[in-house]
Design a protein around this ligand. Structure first.
Ligand code: NAD
Length: 349
């Protein structure tokens, strides 16, 4: 049985186009794209915040205020939220399976970011607050077989989240819910299922499966090795959401009063096995590679998909980009990055 939180009794206010939107984690993949999305929508005052030095941000958007601040420090959260009408928290220390299974302490420490940021948003009188949660918050006992039952929102409890990263997400969700229930800050929570696309990490250990496989195919072609190594036995399944669907979903969820303090899946429901992912990437690259399976590599749960019944009911929408279309765009982008790196140019990694 999921927790129930009070519903909004009156329409909740939103940021006007001339009011300040604060986006945390903006030096990273999703928040960097969200900045550009709101900018293109006509929001004139956007403050983008990330702990990385500006030179390391994946992208910046002209006309946006960029602050380099560590949001695990409370005073920095107050600085970041000064004058904010809406706050979006996408800042976290995270990565793909290779990262979250070996950096549980780093993942857990992201609790500091949301703890201080939600408090600062409330003190600043923000109208709406968004929190980026994850499908890793779901009970892992439900995800042991590749014959996946799609996860619905109530499947987070009884709780048995992914150690480290998933528990941090679950507890941060609770902070958001209680700030609404006890203090009246309108909070919105999306549980993302694997997001991918241009400007995402594609090398270095934090990348997720779509970018990692695309890079390996590109590398095998460039180095003429004709071989690819795959983590696990290739039967693990996931759904992957294209970045454009993700930022649109964040906007829709944050501005839907019926979803206040109510975690909701934001993911594609198109299930893809790792083997099939490799087939598609090989198809895009026009090669066929010798596969070797690394059975002792981190592989996460056996299978996971997003049950989109709730989002379709509330928003009349779900992420729609087909995996083949999204991966084609992502592959082409990584290909360019790969070539730029080889030529000694600056890249996103
Ligand atoms: P990302 O790593 O590209 O971006 C996160 C950003 O947060 C980074 O730029 C990092 O420097 C910044 N950050 C970390 N600690 C910080 C701190 N103390 N202060 C300020 N900034 C800090 O990750 P992403 O893929 O863009 O993910 C964004 C959010 O979405 C995260 O909360 C993540 O957990 C969540 N999420 C992502 C996915 C996915 O597939 N990408 C899936 C589920 C949930």
């Amino acid at each position: 049985m999921a927790y129930e939180f009070p519903k909004a009794r009156h329409p909740l206010p939103s940021a006007g186009k001339d009011e300040l939107i604060v986006i945390a984690g903006a030096g990273g993949f999703i928040a960097g794209t969200l900045v550009s999305y709101f900018h293109d929508k006509g929001f004139a005052r956007i403050r983008a915040v990330d702990k990385k030095p500006l030179g390391e941000w994946y992208r910046t958007t002209p006309g946006v205020e960029n602050l380099s601040l560590d949001l695990s420090i409370e005073a920095n959260c107050h600085r970041a939220c000064e004058g904010a009408a809406e706050v979006y928290n996408l800042a976290a220390d995270m990565g793909g399976m290779g990262f979250i299974e070996t950096h549980r302490v780093d993942c857990l420490r992201s609790i500091l970011i949301n703890t201080h940021l939600v408090e600062a948003a409330w003190r600043a009188g923000a109208k709406r607050y968004f929190y980026a949660s994850s499908a890793c918050a779901y009970n892992t006992d439900l995800q042991k077989s590749p014959e996946v039952v799609p996860l619905k929102e109530s499947d987070a409890y009884p709780a048995m989240a992914e150690r480290g990263y998933g528990w941090e997400k679950l507890l941060s969700e609770m902070f958001c819910q209680e700030y609404w229930a006890e203090r009246g800050l309108a909070t919105f929570i999306a549980r993302f299922h694997n997001v991918y696309g241009p400007y995402g990490t594609w090398d270095g250990g934090r990348e997720k499966a779509p970018a990692a496989i695309a890079r390996k195919v590109i590398e095998a072609k460039a180095k003429k090795t004709n071989a690819i190594d795959i983590w696990g036995d290739g039967t693990q399944t996931r759904s992957y959401m294209y970045i454009d669907d993700c930022v649109k979903g964040i906007d829709m969820i944050t501005h839907c009063d019926a979803l206040v303090a109510t975690p909701i899946n934001l993911g594609s429901s198109e299930l893809v096995s790792v083997n099939h992912l490799v087939d598609i990437a090989e198809g895009i690259g026009g090669v066929k590679l010798e596969r070797s399976y690394k059975l002792d590599a981190p592989k996460g749960v056996a299978g996971r998909n997003s049950d989109n019944t709730f989002i379709k009911k509330v928003l009349g929408w779900e992420p729609k980009t087909s995996f083949t279309d999204g991966l084609t765009k992502t592959y082409r982008w990584i290909e360019t990055q790969y070539a730029d790196r080889a030529a000694g140019k600056r890249i996103v990694e």
